[in-house]
Structure formats: structure tokens, C-alpha cells
Design a protein. Structure first.
Length: 684
């Protein structure tokens, strides 16, 4: 069995750890015992890197004991014990200790792996204010006159300008700075990131004060976001001297501004946290943000000063090592209720403001919109209503039309009328069947002669007639046509080109995926925003099967003959695929791994989830639907995206407008993506 697919290291992830050992002041033998025990835990969990606190082998709060030769000798012996332990532990360790170099004492971080000290990093900035007196005992990194020292019979690189690269995981390049280094205006890690470091490690002691924990989060979050990196932060805990200070032992891991893991604080015992960092995501982000490279060029001298040290680790590639990281099943929709409500509010404001600007700049005060009784047109109508309110115009300036065709169900027709009523817009019905029948006659289509031939022509004649009516109504009534098609449909090419739902004067839904539209409509129903007393109508829309309603069902059966998701796959899966392929450019195998991590059945009783989803998908279903997505997205539908109407970009998940995030040839192949997908093994 191919276990590599089910191993996080095969998909550009690295498991990292931050450890907070209980310490004893000036007792390196005890401290190294705690350190090695935690390192062993990290290795057992498959971590590639584990970071420990500043001066952890001695304890930070030794004060003038740092000038005692006995303590310094014992710290070096403790480091030797860490090196010895590393022979059997496939994890890189970063430990803190005081170290003598050329008659100076430095506050150092030692990077240890595979039985060697690979580098020594001295602290660059020594705080000497408030409760800190580090300049009393230590010299700053800039005072060092050497870039290597002899230690344990080897020449070991010395200096803050080092990046450590794991040989069999080259995206794992880490840099180490110490405590105060990240509190200064330009931390050393900023230059390290520009020199290629994807993981930034901070060995800190950091005594605790009221409010300091929050500030640590802000510092680490911003530094990881600005550097497009992961950031591992340690701080000293139980055992440090409380003569004049206190310690909370906080461990934090962030990735590009997002917190992945945090320890509890004020714990009595040693503790450790883990996170699976997406190195490939960080690399992709830097590649796309070309200003990152521009900044590196501007600081070329500092960047060029960095030395790369190679790290050999026996990472567990051949074993099954599942991702221990929460992957949102709905990447466009926050799982947290409060964040979801905030997202819905912001999306509405973006769409409404964009439509207001388009109407104001054109001098037009009316909009024409087709209302089907389905999800997308419902949301677009609500946006139009909010825009009219903001403009101080009556909602009757929304000229809404429902246009039943050969397959329109009684349910959606009733919902369309009910929706237009609760919104308070101008509402009319136009039966498009006579004009469609005339078109079919003109084409010589068999349906015009009484034959049941429901082909693409039959479907698109209806879609085209609806749009044709809307455009001519807009001409006649001095309005613009509002598009209702969403991002998910455009990604899959599920729209009628040119004269169909592909076209409008302005599409407010252009960059809003189907899963997000679902929650936007639900948010309006739950909060009463936009419409008062229309919750039941909106919930009925949400409960309606998604269908284009272009092919008639059985006589007497009001259920749709076409179910969209049975053709193009579940939107919840396809939106997941769209996000990671459009936003990050991940390979299909990685997208499938992420989807498998998010959607497989893991815990009994977990469904429905926080979004109301009741589905779960195993690997075979994930691969099948991803194949549909890849073929439609890369092979068959780009020509529709090359000429889409104007519409606002809403989120950082991406837009498919050629004027925005996505420019692609209309005649490309999907071969490389489908080939990658074909290499994924069957379900375990």
C-alpha cells in the first residue's frame, strides 16, 4: 500500500513543536533531562522541529550566576547530552544556553540534529530597561568577532545570519531569533524570511505581565503575516525565579497571521504543543506576492549575508501520518458563528457598495433582474434591495421579472413571487414559452414538431430568451441588467454563454461561491437584515434542490428533472477544490489530501456540522468529483471566463475575472492535473 499519500510530509507540510519544560534555576542536569523528554515526545509524534525557551538549559533568571564558571561548564555538558540524545531522535532541536566565545558571554540558541550542533545563534538585541539587565551579563551578536567556534571537536557556525534547511524537505528552512529580537522595529527574522526561511523560531523567556500575552499574539501574528512564514514562539514557565518577576510558559504557533496552536498558561508541569505547518502554502504566497521579492532585492546586502546550514533528518515519509490540523470544509465560510456573521455583513456591504458606485457613475437609478425562485437570484435581489435603500430610492426601482419556461416548477414560481413581494420590488411575470417555441420553430428543432428532444439547444433557447428579455427590458425602461450567476458556476462552466445567464450589465455575484451565497441568504433570514418578515420565504429557497429547470420532468411531477449537483458534483466539494486550486495553485493530489482530511468520516455523531452540512466523503468520491472539476475548470470553460461582465471581487479566495485574479488561455489542456490525480492511491 502506498502510505505516502496519507503522510502529511508528502504534501508540503511539516509538523513542528514548541516545548516548555519545567526548569530549575542553575541546574542544567535537571533541565536537560526535561528537555530531552519533551524532544522524545516531539519525535514520537513525527515532528521535524521542536523549539525550547531562551536559556532553557540554565534557566533565564540566573542573573549574576551566569558569571560562574561552574554553571557555564554545566550548561555545555547539558548541551553535549542534547547532542547525544539527538543521535536517536529524528527531530531538529533548538535549545537555549549561555555560551562563552572569545572571552565574551552570549545568550545563544543551539540547533542540534543527528548527533551534531549545526549552528549557534547569539541574541542580537539585549534589553536593558525596566526589569531587564541582560547587558550586565551578555554581549550582543554584533560584538562577536568570529563566525564559527570550536565545540565538541567540530567547527560550528556562529552568528545570527543562519538559515537551517532540512535536506529531504527543502521547503522547511528555519531561522532562529531570541526574545527581544522580535520586539524591535525590524526583527532579524524579517531578513531571514527574505533569505528563504519559511519557519521563524523565537526562543524567549518573557516574564508575564497583565496584557502581555495579548501583545505577544499581536507581535507573532503580524511578524508571521508580514514575512509570509510560520512563527514558533516559546516562553519560560514554571521553575524560573519569582524574586521580582513571574512566568506563564506560553507557547504559540502561527502561520501567516493565523494561530495554529497555543498552550495553556501557568501550568505546573512540562508541556508541548504541535502544529502542522503548510510550507507549500507559504512558498506559493511568496511567489504570487511579487513585492516580497522586491523587498528582498532592496535589502540585498542583508539577505546575502545569510548562510544556509544543511540539516539531515530521518523524516517518517513511508508511514501513515495523518494531518493534525483543522481543515475547514467550507474555506469560503468561517466555521465560527460570530466570524460567519461578520463575514456575511462585510460581503453584503462590498456587493452593495459596488452596485451603488456602478449606478451612481452611470446615472441610472433602476435595475432589471430575473428572479427564478432559486438561490443565486434571491441573493442578488437582496443586494439590489439594500443598494436602493442606501441610495434613498424606492425598491420599486428594482424591476424584477420571473420568467417561467417549459420546466419551471410550481414551487420555484411560487417562491419567486413570494420573494418579490417580501422585498417590495416591482414584480412581473413573463411567460417565455411562446417566444422559445418560435425560436425552436425557426431552428427546425424537433420539439417544435411535438417530439420530446431535450438537448442543449432546447435548454439554451430558454436561457437565451430570458437574458434577451432582460436586456431589452433594460433598454426600454432605462435600467441595467443585474447578473446573478456565481463564482462556483463560472468555475465549472455551468452557465449559458453570451446570451444566457453568463451575461449582464453588472454581476454582483461574480466572485461569491455557492456555499457562501447559501450562508448569506440564511444570515438574512436569521437576522432580518434587508427584509423584515421574509424568513420563511428565504428558508424555502434554501430548502429547494438546485436545478436549472430547463428540462421538463414527468407529467404531474413537480420535482425537477435536472439536479445540478448530480452532473457537476456537490458544490460543497467543488468550492473546496476551487479555493485551493485558484487561491494557492496546489496540485490535485494535495487538494485531495486536504479534502480527505476535512471531509472523511472521522468521528461518529459529528454530523451535521456547524454549517448544517450532513455529508461526508471518502477518497473515492473526493477523487471522482475532483476529476469533474479539473476537466471542466482547465479544459472546457475558460472561454466563458475570458469575457465575463464587470463585478466586484469580494474575498481573498479569488476571482475568475480576467481583470482580477485569473488569466488563462481558453484552449489549454487539463492533462497534467488529471495525470497527477490519477496517481492518488485507492482508499486505505
Amino acid at each position: 500500500m502506498n502510505n505516502r499519500f496519507f503522510n502529511l510530509y508528502s504534501h508540503g507540510f511539516a509538523r513542528v513543536a514548541v516545548a516548555i519544560p519545567r526548569c530549575r534555576i542553575a541546574d542544567p542536569a535537571y533541565n536537560v533531562e526535561q528537555t530531552v523528554a519533551l524532544a522524545r515526545q516531539a519525535a514520537e509524534q513525527g515532528a521535524a522541529l521542536v523549539a525550547f525557551p531562551e536559556l532553557g538549559l540554565s534557566a533565564y533568571s540566573c542573573d549574576d550566576l551566569f558569571h560562574q564558571k561552574a554553571l557555564l561548564d554545566a550548561c555545555e555538558e547539558a548541551l553535549a547530552a542534547v547532542v547525544e540524545a539527538s543521535n536517536t531522535l529524528p527531530v531538529a532541536m533548538v535549545v537555549g544556553l549561555p555560551l562563552r566565545v572569545n572571552h565574551q558571554l552570549f545568550n545563544c540558541a543551539a540547533v542540534v540534529a543527528s548527533g551534531r550542533v549545526l549552528g549557534l545563534v547569539p541574541k542580537s538585541f539585549l534589553p536593558n530597561y525596566g526589569e531587564f539587565y541582560e547587558s550586565r551579563q551578555f554581549s550582543a551578536a554584533e560584538c562577536a568577532a568570529v563566525d564559527a567556534i570550536e565545540l565538541f571537536g567540530e567547527s560550528v557556525p556562529f552568528g545570527p545570519n543562519q538559515v537551517f534547511e532540512v535536506e529531504n524537505l527543502p521547503l522547511l528552512r528555519f531561522h532562529v531569533e531570541i526574545c527581544e529580537d522580535v520586539w524591535v522595529p525590524v526583527p532579524p527574522s524579517s531578513f531571514a524570511a527574505m533569505a528563504g526561511a519559511t519557519v521563524l523560531v523565537n526562543l524567549s523567556a518573557s516574564n508575564v505581565l497583565v496584557g502581555k500575552s495579548t501583545y505577544r499574539h499581536q507581535l507573532v501574528s503580524q511578524q508571521s503575516a508580514r514575512c509570509m512564514a510560520a512563527y514558533l514562539y516559546t516562553s519560560a514557565g514554571r521553575g524560573e525565579s519569582t524574586t521580582d518577576m513571574a512566568w506563564d510558559g506560553q507557547a504559540i504557533i502561527y502561520e501567516k497571521g493565523e494561530m495554529l496552536a497555543e498552550s495553556a498558561r501557568f501550568l505546573d508541569e512540562s508541556h508541548i504543543i504541535f502544529a502542522d505547518v503548510d510550507l507549500e502554502r507559504l512558498s506559493q504566497e511568496r511567489m504570487r506576492a511579487t513585492t516580497f521579492a522586491q523587498s528582498a532585492r532592496r535589502h540585498a546586502q542583508e539577505v546575502a549575508s545569510f548562510r544556509v546550514q544543511r540539516v539531515k533528518l530521518a523524516l517518517p515519509f513511508e508511514t501513515t501520518l495523518p494531518l493534525n490540523r483543522e481543515i475547514e470544509r467550507f474555506p469560503y465560510v468561517p466555521a465560527d458563528r460570530a466570524l460567519r456573521d461578520e463575514r456575511c455583513t462585510e460581503v453584503y456591504n462590498i456587493q452593495v457598495q459596488a452596485l451603488i458606485q456602478r449606478l451612481s457613475s452611470s446615472g441610472i437609478q433602476k435595475v432589471v433582474i430575473g428572479v427564478s425562485g432559486g438561490l443565486d437570484s434571491t441573493h442578488a435581489l437582496l443586494v439590489c434591495a439594500a443598494a436602493m435603500d442606501r441610495l434613498g430610492l424606492p425598491r420599486t426601482n428594482i424591476l424584477a421579472y420571473t420568467m417561467p419556461g417549459f420546466a419551471t416548477s410550481g414551487r420555484t414560481l411560487q417562491q419567486a413571487h413570494a420573494l418579490m413581494e417580501v422585498v417590495g420590488c416591482s414584480a412581473k411575470e413573463i411567460d417565455i414559452r411562446p417566444s422559445c417555441l418560435q425560436m425552436l420553430k425557426d431552428l427546425g428543432h424537433p420539439y417544435a414538431e411535438g417530439k420530446e428532444q431535450y438537448d442543449v439547444t432546447f435548454e439554451n433557447v430558454q436561457a437565451g430568451e430570458r437574458t434577451n428579455h432582460l436586456f431589452r427590458l433594460a433598454n426600454h425602461l432605462g435600467a441595467i441588467v443585474i447578473g446573478t450567476g456565481d463564482l462556483s458556476e463560472l468555475a465549472l462552466g455551468w452557465c449559458t454563454y453570451g446570451v444566457g445567464d453568463h451575461m449582464s450589465h453588472y454581476n454582483v455575484n461574480a466572485s461569491v461561491p455557492k456555499t457562501l451565497i447559501t450562508h448569506l441568504v440564511r444570515w438574512v433570514a436569521e437576522t432580518g437584515a434587508v427584509v423584515k418578515g421574509g424568513a420563511e420565504v428565504l428558508l424555502n429557497v434554501l430548502g429547494t434542490e438546485i436545478s436549472p429547470e430547463l428540462v421538463p420532468g414527468k407529467e404531474g411531477d413537480d420535482k425537477p428533472a435536472q439536479i445540478t449537483e448530480s452532473v457537476i458534483g456537490p458544490y460543497e466539494l467543488q468550492d473546496f477544490n476551487l479555493y485551493y486550486i485558484l487561491r494557492y495553485g496546489f496540485t490535485p493530489s494535495k487538494v485531495a489530501f486536504l479534502s480527505y482530511s476535512a471531509w472523511r468520516s472521522k468521528n461518529e455523531g459529528r454530523w451535521p456540522d456547524e454549517h448544517g452540512a450532513r455529508n461526508e466523503y471518502e477518497l473515492d468520491a473526493i477523487k471522482r468529483n475532483l476529476s469533474i472539476f479539473l476537466f471542466r475548470f482547465f479544459k472546457t470553460s475558460q472561454f466563458k471566463r475570458s469575457c465575463v461582465p464587470n463585478g466586484p471581487k469580494v474575498g481573498n479566495g479569488g476571482s475568475l475575472s480576467p481583470r482580477g485574479d485569473w488569466r488563462a488561455p481558453s484552449d489549454s489542456e487539463a492533462t497534467v492535473w488529471l495525470d497527477d490525480l490519477a496517481n492518488i492511491p485507492d482508499q486505505q
